[in-house]
Design a protein around this ligand. Sequence first.
Ligand SMILES: Nc1ncnc2c1ncn2[C@@H]1O[C@H](COP(=O)(O)OP(=O)(O)OP(=O)(O)O)[C@@H](O)[C@H]1O
Length: 331
Amino acid sequence: MDVGYRVKFENKNRESNIKKIFGHGPTISDQIQERTVLNGITGMASPGEILAILGPSGSGKSTLLNALAGRTLANGFTGTVLTNNRKPAKQIMKRTGFVSQDDILYPHLTVRETLVFCSLLRLPKSLSKQEKTLVAESAISELGLTKCENTIIGNGFTRGISGGERKRVSIAHEMLINPSLLILDEPTSGLDATAAYRLVLTLGSLAQKGKTIVTSMHQPSSRVYQMFDSVLVLSEGACLYFGKGSEAMAYFESVGYSPSFPMNPADFLLDLANGAYAINLLFNLCSLISLFSDSVELTSHDQNPSCLGRRNCSVCAILETFTCVAARARR
Ligand SMILES: Nc1ncnc2c1ncn2[C@@H]1O[C@H](COP(=O)(O)OP(=O)(O)OP(=O)(O)O)[C@@H](O)[C@H]1O
């Protein structure tokens, strides 16, 4: 609820640093700048659902996910993260899995060795070695890794499992602790459309087992998009839309934004978040003005006594268009 994040950072400007050396530049306090990374974000994710956080690069997706997971100790966060029984989320942090953008895995271990090793480290001491191995094995089959369980992870120098399988290993690694909330930061980045779809299908099956899935995504395809239960669109740290994924297009159409041809809703939402449609709207407004400007003289309000202000003359038509566009822009 109302999650905000402001950071103070030093403006490391080369020119001002040189000036500082010669004693003519701004003081250090002058160079401290403040920036709002997240501004009043409110949303909700429920068990059995996938909540997707969409937005352009730098819109604050990772920052929001880190705030939800309680992974950042930095000052500057405001707002509250509550569980479904309205308890502060700190109480369930132990049951939260976080899959970061950059997975860190041992390149020389096989998939099975990685997960068994991690289960020995991460699972409670009360479990026997055999029980921990069983948990690792069930994570392997749950994430569809059986085929490659004896292949090494690999890295840039040694060929190993594929990019999609790597992501699955990272998710399986988090599934070991049986999280109730699974947070993923761009799990499909670097994957082709089919591999991304398969991964989101797997996330869907985890959601069906009662997990709450919150994931950020850069550019989901339309068939991936239709698997999201709810969507939160971020634009420069502010929430542009939060609601059902299936209702986003209807909502934006109702406020005057709709694509000129059928397109992937995710692409359309990203264009909106990037401000492309605001520019289009402005462009259309300018075209309208230029279209009407010639005829204003010909049928002005005064010369058209029958006009009752209902677009019967071009002055009223322009005014009405302006009022309508302004109202849409305000909304
Ligand atoms: N501690 C910080 N100091 C300065 N700037 C920050 C800090 N944390 C985040 N930012 C800025 O906030 C913005 C949002 O960052 P964030 O990583 O959340 O974006 P993102 O939407 O996840 O981007 P991407 O899709 O590229 O990963 C960025 O412009 C980043 O530079």
